[in-house]
Write a protein of this length. Structure first.
Lengths: 114, 115
């Protein structure tokens, strides 16, 4: 079984500041890792994913996450945030076996102010 | 392509009433899922279906039932609603491939209030 811990429930930052949303996971098997974003009153959208290969993965809107197997972490970072990045962010993990359920963290609310 | 549609968008329901939340996808994905989202608890899996004709229980299945008569539809039924089922419900789908990965696509959600 897998589990996910998002270490911060809320992260307030000012516009153009860097941000890191922390995610740790536990699993006895190899995993795939994901970050989803949920804008207000909307469903979840996939932001980025780690399947294999390079441990640093990037999204099209400037976010990146690094898979650290030794620390079982998959922290999400952005060097300079915008007001439009205000949303809830969910880290998720699943085992690589077909049919394995996706396990979500409890979410981190990123609030960007000017 | 619409992706995943859910109905209704929101609903206020009296306790004890029966309610079916509808979910339809047009991507021909073989797997579908129902989650509930509650403040501070994230998303929790209620039921899932890896292919038409099969269903399975997730983390919080009690009080809910599902069916998967065809590929596109995956309704969630609350047989006798209780206030603790007040939540936002999300349907999702994914394509299960041989190697096990398939991105999950989410619907817009149904906000259910049980009074």
């Amino acid at each position: 079984a897998q589990s996910v811990t998002q270490l911060d429930s809320q992260v307030p930052v000012f516009e153009e500041a860097p941000v890191e949303l922390r995610c740790n996971y536990s699993s006895s098997v190899s995993v795939y890792l994901f970050w989803y974003v949920q804008y207000p009153n909307q469903g979840l959208q996939l932001l980025l994913k780690y399947l294999s290969g390079s441990t640093l993965v990037e999204s099209i809107n400037g976010f990146e996450a690094e898979f650290n197997k030794s620390q079982t972490s998959f922290h999400l970072r952005k060097p300079s945030v915008h007001i439009s990045d205000t949303a809830e962010y969910f880290c998720a993990v699943r085992g690589i076996q077909a049919g394995t359920a996706l396990i979500f963290g409890k979410g981190t609310t990123l609030s960007v102010s000017s | 392509i619409a992706g995943i549609t859910q109905a209704p968008t929101s609903q206020i329901l009296a306790a004890g009433r029966r309610m079916t939340l509808r979910c339809t996808q047009d991507m021909r994905h073989n797997a579908m899922y129902w989650y509930r989202q509650d403040l501070g608890l994230g998303l929790r899996l209620i039921h899932y279906s890896n292919t038409a004709g099969t269903t399975g229980k997730g983390e919080v299945p009690d009080g809910y039932s599902v069916s998967r008569a065809n590929t596109d539809d995956f309704p969630l039924t609350l047989a006798s609603a209780v206030p603790s089922q007040t939540s936002v419900y999300f349907c999702a789908s994914s394509e299960l491939r041989r190697q096990g990965f398939g991105e999950q696509y989410f619907g817009p959600g149904t906000r259910l209030t049980v009074t």
